[in-house]
Write a protein that binds this ligand. Structure first.
Ligand code: ZN
Length: 295
């Protein structure tokens, strides 16, 4: 499980202080998250909520056993993220030409060139790089994206230095059928980054799990979505997925009660209700004592 809440979730909210963002990360670590995307090295003018990413990494320092990830839009961002002490870099490209041009103002081919430069920096710094490919399961601009085209991009990303690849459903168009078709083309050694836009994220995570996928992005509270994709709000909520995985007997190492505490902290920080079902309904079977109890 990689929690992307401090980045993907908070980037669309009104800016929080570095100290409050660090509190959220620490709450996630306390809940057992070992892989957290904490910030983005983008221009603070483009994304005010992500300002101070270097300060945030400095405030957090290295946390034993925890991988703190920085999203980087280009080589400049990668150099800054490495200097700030990021444990892992994450870079995005898109399977949709239309989304790519609107989101990052680059063609797919241009973003592969940018990825190659990021890959070089990551390799030099001995820092793992994850390439996140957006719109793998459909695009509001081109409709269905051919699974073979997604497979071609997965290969291209690996050739340019990506140690891992994550398939993202940026605009919430994934269905279990699409998950099957895309995994048939790319294999299951990928991460899945799913959105609840059309209520299919948990369904698609389950479909991926059944196929043997073992890496999932999720966002505490279900916060987030792309500021560039109309109606793309609602990442898969970490607590909603953990609840189902617990029930299936999948050991995530995450304490659901503590995770709900992190979710409640996030709700207080952003000042509004969160989309996650569990943050409203509470755990299916409340713990009788300890922090996992029904609040
Ligand atoms: Zn997302």
């Amino acid at each position: 499980m990689r929690d992307v809440g401090p980045r993907d979730g908070l980037q669309v909210e009104k800016p929080l202080s570095v100290a409050d963002r660090a509190r959220l990360v620490h709450a996630l670590v306390a809940a057992g998250l070992r892989h957290i995307e904490v910030g983005s090295f983008v221009s603070p003018r483009a994304m005010p909520a992500m300002a101070g990413a270097a300060d945030l990494f400095e405030a957090l320092g290295r946390i034993d056993g925890v991988t703190l990830v920085a999203l980087v839009p280009n080589d400049r961002g990668a150099i800054d993220a490495v200097a700030a002490g990021a444990d892992e870099l994450s870079a995005t490209l898109s399977a949709s030409e239309g989304y790519s041009r609107r989101n990052v103002r680059m063609s797919i081919a241009e973003s592969l060139v940018a990825l190659e430069a990021i890959g070089e920096t990551a390799r030099t710094a001995d820092t793992p790089l994850d390439a996140v490919i957006s719109c793998c399961f459909g695009s509001p601009y081109e409709g269905e994206i051919a699974p073979d085209e997604v497979a071609r991009l997965v290969t291209a990303a690996r050739e340019r230095g990506a140690d891992r690849v994550t398939l993202a459903d940026t605009t919430g168009m994934a269905t279990p059928r699409r998950i099957d078709e895309v995994l048939d083309a790319v294999g299951t050694d990928v991460g899945l980054h799913l959105h609840e836009t059309r209520g299919t994220a948990l369904l698609c995570a389950y479909a991926g799990l059944q196929r043997g996928v073992t890496r999932f992005d999720a966002s505490v509270g279900g916060l987030g979505g792309s500021p560039f994709a109309e109606g793309a709000a609602g990442n898969l909520a970490t607590e909603d997925l953990v609840s189902v995985l617990d029930d299936l007997g999948v050991d995530t190492g995450i304490d659901l009660g503590m995770l709900l505490h992190a979710s409640a902290l996030l709700r207080d920080l952003v000042g509004h209700q969160l989309p996650s079902a569990l943050s409203t309904a509470g755990p299916r079977i409340p713990a009788t004592n300890g922090p996992g109890g029904l609040r």
